[in-house]
Ligand binder design. Structure first.
Ligand SMILES: [Zn+2]
Length: 402
């Protein structure tokens, strides 16, 4: 069965075909680093780490780039509350984010570009947009001219009326309330850089486009982020890309669901978040990771602390079962184990091929462990077959130290 991936743009599961196989260009929108990582981040980065691992398992050569948004009004605000510089606050949060992700078993990216290191590239992109007529400068700001593109609404599937929210009312010389800022005039207390339009700072959407282009060229096979990034962030990136490469900049748009608490999205702005660093004091990263994978990545997951305790027990059983398989030297089970291993592999990979359905894949893994536990005796060869199945599954899900 081929790998089928749900693409937000076409709203369908499509067979995965990168433009230049076996190369896969993958861009994951990184966090805005005004605080350390919370569980919502863990969900997102674990989900896309498994997608990346599975693509690699299938023989693709994945180049994954994840940015850090280290220039942002929220960073400036938190830094000033704490009496530190925005750059120091961002650097500290990036360091703790990377340490948390390492504990969660997330494989390092090919590059982690930061906005503050790419101002030159971002200004170059904005200049090119102005030259192409896709952007206009007014009073030190530069806005993207949404009316010039055909991409508006093609990712979010919203109509234009629904996109206009109060804060988008025509202001600051915008031609259209939906025109978004590519460059913002400097304000007192905010970091700023010189530009052809005066001192200022870049807008969020153009940053990701400029950084992804620098490290991955003008085509992305997979672009990932949370569902909350579809609009306006990703749709705006798509509009920017249209100015440079026309249609089809990105092959597959993947968006993960939220962690919810009492059905509300976990987020810093709602103040209901659980920090990854706090959880890591109580549970190993592997257990947190396993819990995050118990739902397919597109679904919302209700936060349940009990999940970590249950998962610890399940993982202990799996490790016992793996240890037993590795040290097996008894009588053969008469084909029983071969059948269990074969059906486990088939069902596991079928689930993963179905848009990375880790929920089903983990059920298969738990059933496998239960089946192995029931077998009294196994031969060396059978033990090896069981261990190899655990190891392959572990490589894909990032478990058992793989
Ligand atoms: Zn982004």
């Amino acid at each position: 069965m081929p790998l089928m991936i749900y693409d937000t743009r076409t709203r369908s599961k499509r067979e995965f075909q990168p433009r230049n196989p076996p190369q896969v260009n993958m861009y994951v929108c990184g966090p805005t680093v005004y605080g350390p990582a919370h569980l919502g981040h863990a969900r997102s980065y674990v989900a896309f780490d498994v997608a990346r691992r599975y693509l690699e398992f299938k023989g693709f050569n994945v180049r994954l780039v994840q940015n850090f948004t280290d220039v942002d009004d929220a960073i400036t605000r938190v830094a000033s509350e704490r009496g530190v510089s925005p750059a120091d606050l961002a650097a500290k949060n990036i360091q703790s984010f990377l340490a948390d992700m390492q504990q969660l078993g997330i494989e390092p990216a090919f590059a982690y570009p930061r906005v503050s290191d790419h101002i030159r590239e971002i200004i170059g992109t904005v200049q090119a947009l102005v030259e192409k007529g896709y952007a206009y400068a007014t009073d030190g700001n530069v806005f993207f001219r949404v009316s010039k593109t055909k991409s508006l609404g093609t990712l979010s599937h919203r109509d234009t009326e629904a996109m206009i929210v109060d804060e988008m009312a025509p202001a600051e010389g915008r031609e259209n309330p939906l025109d978004f800022a590519l460059w913002r005039k400097s304000q007192a207390g905010h970091p700023s850089w010189p530009s052809p339009w005066g001192e200022g700072r870049p807008g969020w959407h153009v940053e990701c486009f400029a950084m992804s282009t620098k490290y991955l060229g003008d085509h992305l096979d997979v672009h990932c982020g949370g569902t909350d990034l579809i609009f306006p962030h990703h749709e705006s990136e798509a509009m920017i890309s249209e100015a440079f490469v026309g249609d089809g900049w990105c092959g597959y748009w993947l968006h993960n669901g939220f962690i919810t608490i009492e059905q509300q999205k976990m987020s810093k702005s709602l103040g209901n978040f659980v920090m990854v660093g706090d959880l890591l004091r109580d549970y190993p990263g592997e257990v947190i990771r396993f819990c995050m994978l118990k739902e397919q990545y597109r679904k919302n997951v209700e936060y349940d602390r009990e999940c970590f305790r249950r998962t610890s027990e399940e993982m202990d059983k799996m490790k016992v079962s793996l240890g037993r398989a590795r040290s097996a030297h008894g009588k053969a089970s008469g084909g029983k184990i071969d059948a269990v291993v074969k059906s486990t592999r088939e069902r596991f990979f079928k689930a993963m091929d179905n848009d990375f359905d880790t929920a089903t894949a983990i059920d298969v893994l738990i059933q496998f462990t239960a089946a192995v536990q029931e077998i009294d005796e196994m031969s060396i060869e059978e033990g090896k077959a069981i261990a190899a199945a655990y190891e392959d599954i572990g490589r894909v899900l990032g478990l058992f130290g793989a």
